[in-house]
Design a protein around this ligand. Sequence first.
Ligand code: ADP
Length: 261
Amino acid sequence: MALFYGNNQYVASKISIKEISKIYPGKEQDFVALKQVSLSVLPNEFVSIVGPSGCGKSTLLKLVAGLEESTEGKIWVDGKEVMGPGADRGMVFQSYTLFPWLTVVENIVFGLKLKGVPPAERKEIVDKYLELIKLTEFRNRYPKELSGGMKQRVAIARALANNPSVLLMDEPFGALDPQTKVSMQEMLIDIWRKEKTTIVFITHDIEEAIFLSQHVYVMQKAPGRIVKKINVPLPTERISEIKDTHQFIELKKQIVSLLKH
Ligand code: ADP
């Protein structure tokens, strides 16, 4: 397991990705989706991965989730090698993955029931997360009665209710209108600060990546690889106005130029 030096002490990585390659076999030619990708995420870090479509962002997240197997390299979460999917990794995807036949409460409680959490404890957890996503009064609605943003809030609550060690998010706000997207970003930052979650967030929206994260990994394609890790030295409290600051604009320019090459 990778260890990092910080504040005069060694801190164990939450996620450690070591020299991962992923090759998809093809009829005529194999396709190298990821080549020698390495990165580490510390506890309570918010890390984003940006890059053009097809550079392997989703593949990388699926490997961490244990939904795909790497061709080379290893991944550890909390020092345990990833061998398949597990409850220690919560996932939120772009497409709404709520169970349409279940209400908001039933969707959030689903995993807790499977785990055999007693009813009183379940209620406490669900009430907490409903409040966190500000949907308490919508608790008995069905997904089809909710807006896109509300559905994603439920998906986030459902993932967090299971108390995962890390939250993996694949373009979760990609399908939302710009205004909803901004309010979802602010809500996610708020949740991250309150819950001290460790988050890996995939997006092709550079502004979104900078706004949310402490570190942005920039990827390129053919083959999919990390070209740079950009530190985002902005305060952890983020409000939309931060996007107009000189520092934010400079970071954006730096990433745009990396993606052009
Ligand atoms: P991104 O999320 O950055 O858009 P993906 O990880 O979805 O990229 O895909 C990376 C590349 O791998 C793409 O060229 C895609 O076509 C290819 N790919 C993804 N999944 C498969 C698969 N199951 N079989 C073959 N090729 C795949």
